[in-house]
Write a protein that binds this ligand. Structure first.
Ligand code: 13P
Length: 287
């Protein structure tokens, strides 16, 4: 069932768990995540970066694929199709393409411009029943060409954006896209607590979910994080399983080169990764 992310995140916030956003890249990714969510009776958010949208030939293709897959696989758990780190133009393209949720990443604009553009999108999204995520501060590292310096969010700026009526807020708290460096100092819980104090019960979003230690994930959830984004970890799991298959020479045995066989270990590895994350985030059985 394709839905906005609003209600599932409010439930997660109240129930002290988080819904996972898992980024998709192709049919295998989408199918693996949807089937796992259904098997685990968990709500789920499918994240689509602008780069991945382009790779899949455009947002209309993505939207049509996800909607058809939900129907043909009989997926009854709540699923949100969400634009990840959207540009202003990208947001409108996804609204037109039938996404049920979007993120406007205005974090690189001066705060007044971020506020102005977010305000406009709040109105458009509300009219269409689409949920909206905004960002303050920035997520360190690089994801599909979106580069952030990783500065922690200013709690007052978070309040200014939250007061506009967005449904969820991503605040930079020292989190980074991709693998964390060995000298990473960890999440800034001081910033997270200060943000929470200012924005009240606004569901908060933790980007850069790959490689954050379990105790930090649990503490973040206890401080108001209701959505956690994971991308790189599924990519690493897929690549590792595929490499093992090829290194074992299985692609050269019988019809092991058939893509349905060649991609199967990677597909299973994504399913396992998603399940493990859902367990950690506490969303299993919460559909
Ligand atoms: P990772 O790639 O670090 O898991 O981050 C995902 C993310 O935050 C998507 O917006």
């Amino acid at each position: 069932m394709l839905v906005s992310a609003k209600e599932m995140l409010q439930k997660a916030r109240d129930g002290k768990y988080a819904v996972g956003q898992f980024n998709i890249n192709n049919l295998e990714w989408t199918k693996a995540i949807l089937l796992t969510a259904q098997e685990q009776n968990s709500p789920v958010i499918l994240g689509v970066s602008e780069g991945a949208g382009k790779y899949m030939t455009g947002f209309k293709t993505v939207s049509a694929m996800v909607k058809a897959m939900i129907e043909e696989l009989n997926i009854t758990v709540p699923v949100a199709l969400h634009l990840d780190h959207g540009t202003y133009e990208g947001c409108y393209k996804c609204i037109d393409a039938g996404f049920s949720s979007i993120m406007f990443d205005g974090s690189h604009y001066p705060i007044a411009e971020n506020v102005e553009k977010t305000k406009e999108l709040v109105k458009v999204c509300a009219e269409k029943g689409i949920s909206l995520e905004a960002e303050v501060g920035s997520i360190g590292g690089e994801e599909d060409g979106v580069i952030g310096m990783g500065e922690c969010a200013d709690p007052n700026e978070c309040k200014a954006i939250a007061d506009l009526g967005v449904d969820m807020l991503a605040a930079g708290i020292g989190n980074i896209h991709g693998k964390y460096p060995a000298n990473w100092p960890g999440l800034s819980f001081e910033t997270l607590a200060a943000v929470k104090e200012k924005v009240g019960d606004m569901p908060l979003v933790l980007h850069g979910g790959t490689g954050i230690p379990e105790d930090m994930i649990k503490k973040a959830i206890s401080l108001g994080v209701a959505k956690i984004n994971v991308n790189t970890e599924c990519q690493l799991a897929f690549a590792e399983a595929t490499r093992q298959y090829i290194e074992a020479g299985k692609d050269q045995q019988g019809k092991g080169f058939d893509p349905r066989k060649l991609l199967a270990p990677g597909f299973e590895a994504i399913k396992e990764t998603v399940k493990t994350k859902m367990e950690l985030f506490g969303s299993i059985g919460k559909a």
